[in-house]
Design a protein around this ligand. Sequence first.
Ligand SMILES: NC(=O)C1=CN([C@@H]2O[C@H](COP(=O)(O)OP(=O)(O)OC[C@H]3O[C@@H](n4cnc5c(N)ncnc54)[C@H](OP(=O)(O)O)[C@@H]3O)[C@@H](O)[C@H]2O)C=CC1
Ligand SMILES: C/C=C/C(C)=O
Length: 337
Amino acid sequence: MVKAKKYVVKKYFEGVPKRSDFELVEYELPPLKDGEVLVKTEWVSVDPYLRAYNRNVPVPYDQYGFQVGIVEQSNDTNYPVGARIVTHKGWCDYTVVNTSKVSTGNSTEVTYKLPDLKGMSPSIGIGAVGMPGITAYFGFLELCQPKIGETVVVTGAAGAVGSIVGQIAKIKGCKVIGFAGSDDKVKWLEKELGFDKAINYKTADVQKALQAAAPNGVDCYFDNVGGEISSIIMGQMNKRGRVSVCGSISAYNADPTQIPKATILQPSIVFKELRIEGFVVQRWLDRWPEAITQLITWIKMGQLKPAEHVTVGFDKIFDAFVGMLAGENTGKAVVKI
Ligand SMILES: NC(=O)C1=CN([C@@H]2O[C@H](COP(=O)(O)OP(=O)(O)OC[C@H]3O[C@@H](n4cnc5c(N)ncnc54)[C@H](OP(=O)(O)O)[C@@H]3O)[C@@H](O)[C@H]2O)C=CC1
Ligand SMILES: C/C=C/C(C)=O
């Protein structure tokens, strides 16, 4: 018998999630059946959608999320002991995975073998070459259709998705402007990642700073945050500009009945003939391998830097989660178990 621990969400979040919204449950895993493997968690991902999707399922529920683990016992020759696996089993230290349910289709229950990361840390498999990197790849390239010389703006620029979007935009020959929430992040984006301009949205006059950084207007906007800053950016877009709406983290902790008001966008959308499209990364699930291969290649060629913000310890997953929501991370927030 293997003893396991998991975080269970016992109460819906109100505002910033609280530790008391979770319960740490210890339990015994059942013996393996045919086609099942026992996985020891090595890395856990903490992501904004764990906050955004909180009310989508009844409480109590096991806190799901992407993780990388190593197979410790196996009843499936395709997943031998020692193999690494990406699952959506979330915040637990051990889990039983039914490999016959390895997913296809439009589901968050994504399970697949960790790709060959060519010597990089397995954590990259839930970051730059996992769901967030894949989000950046398809969400930006498919919806923004960037062209050489165009001006691209990304919010949440120093985070898991935004930092990859900005770097892909540079690879594609665009001018890149990023918004992030601290001077250190701004410096990192410009000095380490090669953004043409980064702006601290907490201290700058966003309207004026963007006019100065993009005097010829914005062609593509990758929106990670929503709210007023997005209205300001969309107000400075060029004719036939493209907006990829990835998320709206500025309001995830808000009372859903009291979402902050933002400036009306319709005049810009109509007169500039903007194309604005939202997406969920599972839309391209059948093409995830294409993104993974390309992202690994760019990293190995030195064109893409996979930054991580690592927290250590199973007991620290909650802290890493609320820290990420508060902007403590630069790059992908992950927890080493
Ligand atoms: N559509 C899809 O399929 C997917 C969407 N997403 C979305 O992408 C976005 C980024 O996710 P991800 O890269 O994983 O997370 P990040 O790594 O970017 O972490 C979240 C960041 O959000 C920023 N933030 C927090 N509060 C605010 C606020 N009020 N206004 C502006 N920024 C804020 C913080 O950075 P700072 O210091 O700059 O404020 C923080 O570091 C989220 O909206 C998420 O929901 C992610 C994956 C898939
Ligand atoms: C899969 C993640 C979705 C969001 C909105 O974060």
